[in-house]
Write a protein that binds this ligand. Structure first.
Ligand code: T68
Length: 840
């Protein structure tokens, strides 16, 4: 019998017929009908919308395959160095439209589908997106995969194939209601499972010393449990290139051999139960952003996907006969935050225990291979694992971490003698209470490079959160300002603007976003400005129609669309936006004839299910909306809309529709932000603080084209140091007092003074995120926004300049910087071979 995962060479490779995978409208039509029949198994008269979607998706996937397989083959033959991007989250968004754009057949596909009498846009909408991430961090990983492929960088994304992604959000009575995201319900046409490349992951148990055949002292790990990891591969085609890389997501399954004991003892039930326990591992994404919870299953998920991925990389080398001593020459492994940081210990373990490499060599390989990106300054988001949990699940890793720590602390003692405080601050083990493993410290010690995600954030890491590490290893630190892919967030989501821009400056900007600067030449062209405005208005009209359908609210598309769309979190300060709305409402109530620039306030975003205050903020937004939207005194000048279930698919409709983008986090809290970039690219102006990448956006677009308000980071530190008293701001600012009083007195809760009390008292007596301190500055700035919007010609100029100056924020630029400074990986061109005919 042959081993199931051994390749067997057979008669000449693949047959790629033009008829099957050609790109013309006619061929696309034929392939679509063929797939409807042979894959979906349906005659057209009983086919559902989903059948049509699937038929089109398979038609597109077929056209990716030659590029995908050729890319893998090219990279293998050339022995390239590959980037492995390890991330617990990949928020990919829908694949269909994006792949059509990368293939360059969007228009052809649209024509083919339309000529078949179907609604192309409805088919695109049919796709259920894989919501395998919470927010910015997961979406960044997806943008980076797009850019790596588009830049021909040999790369692979490794993560977890959660059966249920981020929850679906509904709004009932103003409150968020969560339900499970059954994204795999109707099948996933983009993935190919590769059970023949499954690997095993050990969990629990204990370790033993033994002497190997060469008389060396070694350690082996006798696990309590073994889980299988099955890889599922999705092709990631670059934009207008032949490179198609892979997103490889791991799904947990029971290791059958492990059930044998139970089977043989006749305990069939326990054996099957074991199977469910294993499969629980990749069931669901933890719906938390910016908070660490210390749950056992989460640590199990982390070791699971990290171990699978590292073993997979080793197998790739072993299959090619490359010695593992060259691991770091063949792979650059990027840790997307600390979620994969256990890779430091796992890579050491695999190299030493499984492959017999000595500690010093293994340590050199590990450090040269790994690099770490930090995404947060919030203390509650820094991961640490309780010792009890850690030692039970990962006994061998703990031993390795102790040894790393002991050598590391020796190093510190040499460089900073007699500094015990420093030793305890830096130790990989937090000795307080039950004792914890500090994952950020592990990542810093085990990596050769550490980066933040915006200039300010990287500075704050050095000065504050990772200051000791910066003093020890200054050479490891750098900044890599985030970027986003213009393919998805301009070309796909804003075809009208894309066409206008391309009609003026050609389409080179899609791969070289700096070319958008050429638009500046048209700022003084009145016709161009008119077209720019017409497009924005048409997009706003579409969103207005959607809002009417879903929320039942009439909004005026000529009003200023003021949008805040992101996860709901106190530090992001959605409630500051609400304080502004109520301020305007109070002005109207005081004088119904007061001049108000008509505005539509639009919010979107999910709150972590266990985050009470964030959920209360959603309730507040909806409650304020109920009052404001229905008060005849308002005369429809203000509308407040909460759009439920904000996800990538929906975000693509939202970014192009904004006039004003709200980026109003407290300075020093938002690591970068990426929504800020997506809005601005699409011609939105920004109101924002000097936080995260806002600082750099403002530098690029020019201070005069950016609505800046609020305290700076040093001012925040200073104010907190001298003792911040929010109540003082409340007492001394009558407008602010009136706003808070209206909430507190039940003005948005039918007289119920309890409902919003937790929010009100937090603001008055704690206010960690300094809303009250920033209130007046925000209101003044918003008044300038309203004034500016009245001059539409001027506003349009600013809008054009904002788009034109966003070149820096393409994820292509970010990836080039990672390649040059951290990964040392070079582009590799992929050439498609001639079609191969059967038997030749
Ligand atoms: C975000 N972080 C940052 N975290 O908040 C944002 N965290 O400023 C930045 O632009 C973005 O990362 C990309 O760098 C997150 O999105 C999470 O989603 C998260 C998830 C689980 C645990 C902790």
């Amino acid at each position: 019998q042959t081993v199931p995962n051994q390749p067997i060479e057979c008669v000449p490779t693949v047959v790629v017929e033009d008829d099957r995978t050609g790109l013309s409208v006619e061929t696309l039509k034929r392939a679509f009908q063929d797939n409807l029949f042979y894959i979906q198994g349906k005659f057209a008269n009983i086919a559902t919308q989903n059948d049509y979607y699937m038929a089109l998706a398979y038609t597109v996937r077929d056209r990716l395959l030659r590029r995908w397989l050729t890319t893998a083959e090219t990279h293998t033959h050339q022995g390239v160095r590959t980037v492995a991007y390890l991330s617990a989250e990949f928020l990919m968004g829908p694949h269909l439209g994006n792949n059509l754009i990368s293939l360059g057949i969007y228009d052809e596909a649209k024509q083919a589908i339309t000529e078949l009498g179907l609604d192309f846009d409805a088919l695109l909408q049919q796709e259920e997106e894989p919501g395998l991430g919470n927010g910015g961090l997961g979406r960044l990983a997806a943008c980076y995969l797009d850019s790596m492929a588009s830049l021909d960088i040999p790369s692979i994304g490794y993560g977890i194939r959660y059966e249920f992604g981020i929850f679906d959000q509904d709004i009932r009575d103003g409150w968020q209601i969560e339900s499970t995201d059954k994204w795999l319900r109707y099948g996933n046409p983009w993935e190919i499972s590769r059970p023949e490349w499954a690997v095993e992951v050990k969990l629990g148990g204990h370790t033993e010393r033994y002497t190997d055949e060469n008389g060396r002292n070694r350690t082996r790990w006798i696990p309590h449990e073994v889980v299988m990891g099955i890889p599922y591969d999705t092709p990631i085609l670059g934009y207008k290139t032949n490179t198609a890389t892979t997103l490889r997501l791991w799904s947990a399954a029971a290791a059958e051999s492990f059930d044998f004991a139970a089977f043989n003892s006749g305990d069939y039930f326990r054996a099957v139960q074991q199977k469910t326990v294993s499969e629980t591992l990749t069931k669901v994404l933890y719906p938390n952003d910016e908070s660490a919870q210390g749950k056992k299953l989460r640590l199990a998920q982390q070791i699971f996907f990290v171990s699978c991925s590292l073993q997979d990389m080793m197998l790739i080398l072993i299959r090619q006969g490359i010695p593992l001593e060259q691991f770091h020459e063949k792979f650059a492994v990027q840790l997307n935050d600390t979620h994969p940081a256990i890779a430091v210990a796992e890579l050491m373990r695999l190299l030493m225990d499984e492959h017999g490499i000595e500690w010093d060599t293994a340590w050199r390989i590990t450090q040269k291979t790994l690099s770490y990106t930090n995404h947060t300054l919030l203390p509650e988001a820094l991961e640490r694992w309780g010792m009890g949990l850690f030692s039970t699940l990962l006994p061998r890793h703990l031993e390795i971490i102790y040894e790393i720590n002991s050598q590391f602390l020796d190093d510190i003692r040499r460089k900073f003698p007699n500094d015990d405080a420093r030793l305890s601050r830096m130790s990989l083990i937090d000795e307080a209470g039950e004792r914890y493993v500090r994952m950020a410290h592990l990542a810093c010690v085990g990596s050769h490079a550490i980066n933040g995600v915006a200039a300010l954030h990287s500075e704050l890491l050095k000065q504050d959160v990772l200051r000791d590490f910066y003093e020890l290893y200054p050479e490891k630190f750098s900044n890599k300002t985030n970027g986003v892919t213009p393919r998805r967030f301009m070309v796909l989501s804003n075809p009208r603007l894309t066409n206008l821009i391309t009609s003026k400056i050609g389409d080179g900007w899609i791969k070289h976003l700096d070319d958008l600067r050429k638009l500046e030449a048209f700022v003084e062209d009145a016709d161009f400005r008119q077209q720019w405005r017409d497009i924005k208005l048409a997009i706003k009209q579409d969103l207005a129609t959607y809002i009417k359908q879903v929320n039942g609210i009439d909004v005026d598309p000529t009003s200023l669309f003021d949008i805040q769309a992101k996860r709901i979190h106190e530090y992001k300060r959605q409630h500051l936006d609400v304080l502004h709305i109520i301020t305007l409402y109070n002005r109207i109530k005081a004088n119904p004839d007061v001049h108000i620039t008509p505005r539509t306030f639009i919010f979107g975003g999910k709150a972590a299910p266990g985050y009470f205050m964030a959920k209360l903020i959603i309730k507040l937004i909806n409650s304020v909306g109920d009052v404001v939207n229905n008060d005849p005194d308002v005369r429809d000048r203000l509308k407040v809309v909460f759009l439920k279930d904000y996800n990538v698919k929906f975000a693509q409709r939202v970014y192009p529709a904004a006039d004003l983008s709200e980026q109003i986090s407290l300075a020093g809290k938002e690591a970068s932000g990426t929504g800020n970039m997506k809005f601005s690219m699409n011609g939105s102006l920004t109101i924002g603080t000097l936080d995260g990448a806002n600082v750099e956006i403002r530098d690029e677009v020019g201070a005069e084209n950016f609505f800046l308000f609020g305290l700076t980071t040093p001012e925040v530190y200073e104010l907190k140091a001298k003792g911040y008293n929010p109540y003082h701001y409340y007492e001394s600012n009558p407008a602010l007092k009136a706003v808070i009083d209206r909430i507190a007195s039940g003005g948005f809760s039918n007289g119920d003074t309890n409902l919003f009390n937790p929010l009100v008292s937090t603001l008055l007596y704690k206010d960690d995120y300094l809303l009250l301190a920033d209130y007046q500055s925000y209101i003044d700035c918003q008044d300038r926004v309203s004034q500016t919007y009245l001059d539409q010609e001027y506003w349009t100029r600013l809008s054009i300049l904002n788009s034109a100056r966003m070149g820096k924020f393409s994820s292509d630029r970010s990836i080039r910087e990672y390649c040059e400074d951290i990964w040392y990986v070079k582009p590799v061109a992929v050439e498609l071979k001639e079609y191969v005919q059967a038997g030749t």
